[in-house]
Design a protein around this ligand. Structure first.
Ligand code: ZN
Length: 387
C-alpha cells in the first residue's frame, strides 16, 4: 500500500522549490506536474498563456466525454519580498507537525495531494472522467482560470463538479463574494488657480465621481438578496485611494481613484458600472469637454473575480458532504477561481487543506494533519469514481 502522505510530502517539497511568484514563469512547475500526471496515465494539455511565459495544465483520467469531476488549484504564489521569513521560503521545512514554505497552504499542498493520488484515481476511474486543472496568475486576478474556462468552452467541455482546493481547513465552502478592482483616471486641463473657468480641474471631477459612487451604496444595500449568507449581506464599495493634482494654486490636470466592489450577485456589478457610465456621459464629460474637448475619463479593470453564488442544488456540495462527513457548508470572505467555473455551468465548492490565516504570510505553513484529512477525502473520492 502506497503511503499517500509520504508521497504527497515529497511532491510538495518539489513544488515549493519552484518559485512560481505570479510575476514569474510557472512553466517548469507545470511541466513537472504534467510529467507526474502522464506517469499515472492521464492525458495532459499544457496550454500557454497569451504572452507565452506561463501556462495552465489541464489533464484527464478516464473516458473522453463531457462532465466529470475536476480538481483545481492555482500554481502561482504571492511574493515573499518585504516579509520577515525565518527560513528559506522556497525550501520546504518540516517542524512541529507543519510543512513550511511559500505556497504550502495556498495552495501547493492541495495540488501535491491531488498529484500524489493520481495513480490511485487512475486505478479506479470508470464512467466518469476525473480532471485536473492547475492555473496561472490566480493571485493577480484569476487570469489563468478565465483563459482555461474559454478553452474548455471551445472544446464543449463542462465539468459537472469542481473542487477548488483553496485553504478552508477542509470545510465545505459554497459561496464567496466577487472582487472587482478598478482604477478610474481623470484628465482635465491645468491652469492658474485664480482662473478656475479656464481649466478643467480633474480632482474636482474625481470627487464628483466618488460622490456618485458613494451614493450607490444605499441602492446596493437595498438590492441585497433577502436570504444573503454574506456579511455584510449586500454588495460593498470601497474607495481605497484618491490622488491627483500638483499644488495649491494650480488647476489639477489629472486625478486617479482606486476603488473596488465586492458583488453578492452578478447583476450588482453591471448596475454600478452602468450608473457610473451614464453619470460620466451625461454629467461629467459634457462639462469637462465644454472647456477642454480633449478631457477624458478612463476606467482600467485591475481585476474582476466572479463571486461564487450559493445555490440550492449543488452536486459538488453533496459529494463533498458525503466524502468529508460534514453536514453543513459555509461562505468565506476571500475570493477564488470558483465563480469562473460556476459561470460555465459547473457545480462548485471550495474545500482544501490549511487555513487562509497562514496564506500570504511570512513562514506560511500547512499542518500535516490538514494534509492527512485532505488525503482521506481524496481516497474516498477515488473509491467513489468506481461507481
Ligand atoms: Zn489561493
Amino acid at each position: 500500500m502506497v503511503n499517500h502522505l509520504q508521497r504527497t510530502t515529497e511532491i510538495l517539497g518539489d513544488l515549493i522549490a519552484y518559485p512560481t511568484v505570479s510575476v514569474d514563469s510557472n512553466f517548469d512547475m507545470i511541466l513537472h506536474m504534467a510529467g507526474l500526471l502522464e506517469d499515472a496515465g492521464a492525458r495532459c494539455d499544457v496550454i500557454s498563456s497569451p504572452c507565452g511565459t506561463k501556462a495552465n495544465l489541464f489533464a484527464t483520467l478516464g473516458p473522453d466525454r463531457n462532465g466529470g469531476i475536476l480538481l483545481s488549484g492555482h500554481s502561482d504564489v504571492v511574493p515573499v519580498t518585504d516579509q520577515a521569513w525565518t527560513r528559506d521560503p522556497f525550501v520546504m521545512d518540516e517542524a512541529d507537525g507543519r510543512l513550511y514554505g511559500r505556497g504550502s497552504c495556498d495552495m501547493k499542498g492541495f495540488i501535491a495531494a491531488a498529484l500524489a493520488m493520481a495513480p490511485h484515481f487512475a486505478e479506479r476511474v470508470a464512467a466518469r472522467p476525473l480532471h485536473f486543472a492547475f492555473t496561472y496568475d490566480e493571485e493577480v486576478g484569476c487570469m489563468g482560470a478565465r483563459h482555461l474556462a474559454d478553452e474548455l468552452s471551445e472544446r464543449g467541455l463542462t465539468p459537472g463538479v469542481a473542487i477548488i482546493g483553496e485553504p478552508t481547513e477542509m470545510r465545505i465552502i459554497d459561496g464567496h463574494k466577487g472582487c472587482n478592482e478598478y482604477t478610474t483616471r481623470f484628465n482635465g486641463l491645468a491652469g492658474h488657480g485664480s482662473l478656475p473657468d479656464h481649466g478643467v480641474n480633474a480632482v474636482e471631477y474625481a470627487v464628483r465621481y466618488v460622490n456618485h459612487l458613494l451614493g450607490l451604496k444605499d441602492a446596493l444595500r437595498e438590492r441585497a438578496p433577502k436570504d444573503s449568507p454574506f456579511d455584510p449581506p449586500w454588495t460593498t464599495v470601497n474607495v481605497g485611494a484618491l490622488t491627483g493634482g500638483v499644488a495649491h494654486n494650480v488647476i489639477a490636470p489629472s486625478a486617479e481613484v482606486e476603488w473596488e466592489m465586492r458583488p453578492v450577485q452578478p447583476g450588482d456589478a453591471d448596475f454600478v458600472k452602468q450608473s457610473l457610465q451614464h453619470y460620466c456621459e451625461t454629467e461629467l464629460l459634457p462639462r469637462m469637454r465644454a472647456v477642454h474637448p480633449g478631457a477624458y475619463i478612463t476606467t482600467e479593470i485591475i481585476g474582476e473575480v466572479a463571486g461564487l453564488i450559493p445555490t440550492d442544488e449543488n452536486e459538488a456540495r453533496r459529494i463533498m458532504a458525503e466524502l468529508t462527513g460534514a453536514n453543513s457548508s459555509d461562505v468565506v470572505a476571500f475570493g477564488t477561481e470558483a465563480g469562473i467555473f460556476q459561470a460555465m455551468g459547473t457545480d462548485v465548492v471550495v474545500c482544501g487543506p490549511g487555513s487562509i490565516e497562514q496564506a500570504h504570510k511570512a513562514d506560511e505553513y500547512l499542518a500535516i494533519e490538514q494534509l492527512a484529512q485532505c488525503l482521506t477525502m481524496l481516497e474516498s473520492l477515488g473509491d467513489r469514481l468506481c461507481d
